[in-house]
Design a protein around this ligand. Structure first.
Ligand code: SAH
Length: 239
C-alpha cells in the first residue's frame, strides 16, 4: 500500500474501524479524478477527532466507503484567538478566511460596520475554510459565523476576551504588543476604515487594546495577516 497523499475533510465521526460514507463529490474526486483503487489510503479529518488514515473499501462512480485504520495525528486546536473582520471585496474576503485558517484562528466572525458595503456568502466562506485546512494540514477548522453588526457583537461581548483592535488612526506608532495571555480577538476594519463614532466607542471599551500596524495604511486583507502574525508571535502558538 502506498502512502496516503490525499487529505480530505469529512463531516463524520472518525475512530478505529469506523466506516465513512462518501458523497458524490468526494467519490468523484477520489475515484474518477485521483483514480484511487480499493485498499488505497487517504487521510481524513473532521475538525474534532484528529487525523485518520482510512482505506478505500468500496469505490463507485457516485459514492464509496472508506474505513478508518489508525489515527495519524491528534487534534491540534489553534490558540483561543478569534478573527473579527469587516467583509471587503469577494476575492479579498476569501483570502482573509483562507489566511485566518493557515495562521491559526479558532473562530472567524464577519462584522457589518458603518463603512461595510459588501455582501457575504457564508456557505462559500465555510467551504474556503475547509479547503484551507485540507491544504495546510490543520486538524481543526475554525467556524465561520454569520455576518453580525459590530454594535450587536460588542453589546454581547464577554469582557474576559480582549480585543486587539487594528486602529488605522495609530498608523506610524510602534507596533509593540504588551499584553497578557488569555482569550483574544483581533478586529480589522473594512476598506473605508472605522467611522469616528465606532472609533470613539471602541476606545472607551475596557477590553479593547488598540494597535498600530506600522507606518503605512494596509489593505484589510494584509492587515488581518499582519495582526495575526503579531499576536501569534507574542501570545500564540508560534512561541
Ligand atoms: N481607508 C482607511 C484605511 C482602512 S485599512 C484610511 O484611509 O484610514 C483597513 C483596516 O486595516 C483598518 O480599518 C485597520 O483595521 C487595518 N489597518 C490598516 N493599516 C493599519 C495600520 N497602519 N495600523 C493599524 N491598523 C491598520
Amino acid at each position: 500500500m502506498t502512502e496516503a497523499k490525499i487529505r480530505l475533510y469529512v463531516d463524520q465521526a472518525l475512530a478505529t474501524g469506523q466506516p465513512v460514507a462518501l458523497d458524490e463529490a468526494q467519490a468523484n474526486y477520489l475515484f474518477n479524478v485521483m483514480r484511487l483503487g480499493l485498499g488505497a489510503l487517504v487521510k481524513l479529518f473532521n475538525g474534532r477527532d484528529g487525523e485518520w488514515l482510512a482505506a478505500v473499501e468500496h469505490a463507485a462512480k457516485r459514492n464509496g466507503i472508506l474505513r478508518c485504520t489508525a489515527q495519524s495525528a491528534p487534534l491540534v486546536p489553534p490558540p483561543d484567538l478569534w478573527l473579527v473582520f469587516a467583509p471587503i471585496k469577494k476575492a479579498r474576503t476569501d483570502f482573509i478566511v483562507e489566511k485566518a485558517v493557515e495562521m491559526g484562528a479558532a473562530r472567524i466572525l464577519p462584522v457589518q460596520t458603518r463603512y461595510t458595503n459588501e455582501r457575504l456568502r457564508e456557505d462559500k466562506l465555510r467551504a474556503h475554510a475547509i479547503e484551507a485546512a485540507e491544504q495546510c494540514e490543520a486538524t481543526y477548522v475554525p467556524p465561520v459565523e454569520d455576518l453580525i453588526p459590530l454594535d450587536k457583537l460588542l453589546a454581547k461581548w464577554n469582557p474576559t476576551r480582549r480585543i486587539l483592535w487594528a486602529d488605522e488612526g495609530l498608523q506610524g506608532r510602534a507596533a509593540l504588543l504588551q499584553a497578557a495571555p488569555g482569550p483574544w480577538a483581533i478586529l480589522i476594519g473594512p476598506e473605508g476604515g472605522f467611522s469616528e463614532e465606532e472609533r470613539g466607542k471602541l476606545r472607551a471599551l475596557p477590553f479593547v487594546t488598540p494597535i498600530s500596524l506600522g507606518p503605512r495604511i494596509l489593505r484589510a486583507d494584509t492587515a488581518a495577516v499582519a495582526a495575526l502574525t503579531i499576536w501569534q508571535t507574542t501570545l500564540g502558538d508560534w512561541l
